[in-house]
Write a protein that binds this ligand. Structure first.
Ligand code: KG4
Ligand code: ZN
Length: 329
């Protein structure tokens, strides 16, 4: 079964085609990050205007490479996300479904991140598994019993981890998106001495997170610290370490409590090399299998939506599907 996936929930426009939820046929992604960089973050109107411009050329390119007559279904992320951006993907998918007479599958963007891990994977995970979905808008811990049986264990009470990366990068004068910039600045800095940022909620008895206070802590640190410690490398390294400590600790706690053998870490922040390394160390120590998507399927893309559509098969009426900015699992 070959599925076309459309992703337009935030500032990316992604068109992916995947066979049987696993074999990548194509993955085209266009991002407005360069434009957003002028504003230091995503301006929804700028994102949507750019997506209106690029979606038809991207679909044409996909159709040239893999004629849509050969497809079996169309999947689209109909939430959560920015309403203007969502509408562009959802309306395009509805139109294609009617024109090519193909079933339309609605996909939750966050569930899409989980199944992006299956694309081009050597082997598939067995259920149940714990998934940490860590992106620009979400930091969720989930118990995944099956494609249609996902239990929310906890999430951020304020900012998502990715948002904190972006905001701290902005404080340091680094460009948007901030995650890769923080990662690079941290790698170039050798050691952090005498500086310890808080690890918010690391010992709380639940599976919730909070990153807003850490962000404010960094802001105050930069305002008050002596000049010799005010380096982007030091702040980036200690901030990244604080976020990794919290994410790794809570995810492993969930894996132990629910006695799963597999942990999937996905979403844009899962592209972070240090986070991958930290989880890898846990795998070596505790014998969990820790799985990450390929890096191109960590950040937003259409292939993950196509893969997810294959597994969930939530077929909907193309005349009725609505974009839903606050869609839940
Ligand atoms: O999943 P995603 O592409 O979009 C949303 O669904 O939000 O995630 C985007 C987020 C941004 O906050 C970006 O800074 C972060 O993922 N990100 C990273 C890295 N690459 C992207 N954060 C840390 N390290 C990275 N290498
Ligand atoms: Zn995402």
């Amino acid at each position: 079964m070959v599925v076309l996936g459309i992703e337009s929930t935030c500032d990316e426009t992604g068109i992916g085609i995947v066979a049987n939820g696993r074999k990548l046929i194509l993955n085209l992604v266009s991002s407005s990050a360069n434009l957003q960089n002028n504003y230091g973050g995503v301006v929804p109107e700028v994102a949507a205007r750019e997506q209106v411009k690029v979606i038809v050329p991207l679909l044409k390119e996909a159709n040239n490479k893999y004629p849509f007559e050969k497809l079996d279904a169309i999947a689209v992320a109909n939430g959560p996300g920015l309403i203007g951006s969502l509408l562009i993907g959802v309306e395009s998918a509805k139109t294609l479904s009617l024109v090519f007479n193909l079933p339309l599958i609605a996909v939750n963007h966050l569930t899409g991140h989980i199944f992006g891990t299956f694309v081009d994977a050597n082997k598939l995970p067995t259920y149940p598994f714990i998934s940490l979905v860590v992106s620009g808008g979400h930091t969720d811990l989930l118990l995944v019993n099956g494609p249609d049986n996902i239990r929310f264990l906890g999430g951020t009470l304020d900012d998502a981890a990715g948002e904190a990366f972006d905001k701290v990068a902005k404080m340091l004068g680094l460009s948007y998106p901030g995650g890769p910039q923080i990662e690079n600045a941290a790698e170039g800095f050798l050691s952090v001495r005498d500086v310890k940022f808080p690890r918010p909620m690391i010992s709380s008895p639940d599976f919730n997170f909070s990153f807003s206070g850490l962000k404010t802590y960094v802001f105050d640190f930069l305002a008050n610290v002596s000049e010799n410690k005010k380096t982007a490398g030091l702040v980036a390294k200690e901030f990244q370490e604080a976020v990794c400590d919290v994410l790794v600790s809570k995810t492993i706690k969930a894996a132990k409590l629910y006695d799963v053998k597999t942990v999937i870490v996905c979403g844009g922040v899962a592209a972070n090399r240090r986070l991958r390394e930290r989880f890898y160390l846990e795998k070596v120590n505790n014998l969990f299998e820790i799985i990450f998507p390929k890096k191109e399927f960590s950040v937003d893309n259409g292939a993950m939506i196509a893969a997810c559509g294959f597994y969930t098969r939530d077929t909907v009426d193309p005349l009725k599907l609505q974009a839903n900015p606050s869609l839940h699992y």
